[in-house]
Design a protein. Structure first.
Length: 379
């Protein structure tokens, strides 16, 4: 995982919008969130998380076949955030694309990558959830400004003969609720409206009907986890930890009541990071592993929900690396990865220099660099 250093506390927010620490803590469970600095972006946070995931998995960038970035705040419409990260890693054999499923995006991404591995079409995938949500907030809207934060988390998935990994998944969407949670952007039919807004929602800014999304979330979490458990032929008593999307502590408590389990079975770190959308599950997973709350052989579940509306549950048997594990031989691979990152930076520079040189040569040598039409004209 990777989060910005800058902390935005509830007290800081009191100076920005009409709210107070007591209300935010009581109604959401959030105390503070991280906010990206000027030189940080969705791709740079995603890259840092990806580099750490490659270290933990001890995988070289050239071994990656597919990079998926789940995000609602991409660096560009295109190129994808995934392609930027692919280049910075030096993952020269990887395909790359961004996935838009809002706060459910990470679970969707892990499912897509798992299916690609299971089908035999790829061996290694890097799935990243990365967001700079604070860049799309309307700071006058206290219903959203207090909730969201920035960050990224990443996992490496690899084909293996060890039984386990993803046991089942349930992906769902109900587009009829799309207007409850949205960020209108360039393809919107209302882009050219004089007031630059659509249905009263500001262009490129997040809109949320909080209470409706709250009701939707509490309904679908229990339902979809139960469905994923049936598919995996397991019961809730077989699950040692649920890593939910971190939206609101009250949503987690309601889901625990619906599933008739202790709230402690849910991993929660939203007091420190708020809602980081597609990044919240991998960030919470990383902290759960670091805190030794996930051990090899245990069954765990993910559940995401959000814009679309979308929701997704997944049951997994954890076979992942112990983050504290240090094996000899790792150092050499670590150095190889660092070399790959440096080489990737040089490649970009070399490409730029060769373009400038090419332009110069074209200008110096008459006839070079002209279009076929121009050449025909000259003839
Ligand atoms: O990641 C995607 C998924 N997103 C979610 O799951 C978010 C789901 N929704 C929520 O978490 C909650 O609906 C919110 C935290 C957004 C709002 O909490 P709520 O308990 O639903 O509050 P509310 O909107 O019903 O408002 C209750 C009261 C209102 O005052 P009155 O009308 O009762 O006098 C609001 O004006 O609280 C007021 N209020 C606030 N007061 C201080 C609303 N926002 C704030 C605020 N600070 N930030």
């Amino acid at each position: 995982m990777a989060v910005p250093d800058t902390v935005l506390s509830n007290q800081h927010l009191e100076a920005i919008v009409e709210t107070n620490d007591e209300w935010i803590r009581a109604r959401t469970g959030i105390k503070e969130r991280r906010i990206a600095g000027e030189r940080e972006s969705t791709a740079s946070l995603g890259l840092r998380a990806a580099q750490r995931a490659l270290d933990v998995a001890d995988i070289l960038p050239t071994a990656i076949d597919l990079i998926v970035v789940a995000t609602s705040t991409p660096e560009n419409i295109f190129p994808s955030t995934a392609s930027l990260i692919q280049n910075w890693l030096g993952a020269s054999k990887a395909g790359a694309f961004d996935l838009s499923a809002a706060c459910s995006g990470f679970v969707y991404g892990v499912d897509m990558a798992t299916q690609a591995i299971r089908s035999g079409s790829i061996q290694v995938a890097l799935v990243i959830g990365a967001e700079t949500m604070t860049r799309v907030l309307d700071w006058q809207d206290r219903g959203t400004a207090i909730l969201f934060g920035d960050g990224a988390g990443a996992v490496v998935l690899k084909g293996s003969s060890i039984e386990g990994g993803v046991l089942s998944s349930v992906l769902r969407s109900d587009g009829s609720g799309g207007d409850l949670l949205c960020i209108p952007t360039v393809g919107s039919e209302d882009l050219n409206n004089a007031d630059f807004s659509t249905n009263g929602h500001k262009m490129h800014k997040m809109y949320m009907n909080g209470s409706e999304v709250f009701k939707f979330a509490t309904r679908v979490i229990a339902e979809s986890i139960e469905e994923a458990l049936v598919k995996a032929d397991l019961g809730i008593e077989d699950i040692s930890l649920i890593v939910p999307h971190q939206a609101n502590l009250r949503i987690i408590q309601a889901a625990a009541r619906a599933l008739k389990i202790e709230p402690d079975l849910f991993m929660s770190n939203l007091d420190r990071y708020g809602n980081t959308s597609a990044a919240s599950i991998p960030i919470a997973l990383c902290e759960a592993v670091q805190a030794n709350r996930v051990k090899p052989g245990e069954n765990i579940a993910f559940v995401g929900f959000g814009g679309g509306l979308t929701w997704a549950s997944m049951v997994l048997r954890w076979t992942g690396s112990d983050l504290t594990e240090r094996r000899s031989g790792r150092l050499i691979n670590q150095q190889r990865r660092q070399f790959s990152y440096v080489l990737a930076r040089w490649r970009v520079e070399l490409r730029r220099i060769s373009r400038v040189l090419g332009g110069l040569v074209n200008r110096l040598i008459p006839g070079r660099g002209r279009s076929p039409d121009e050449k025909t004209d000259t003839l």
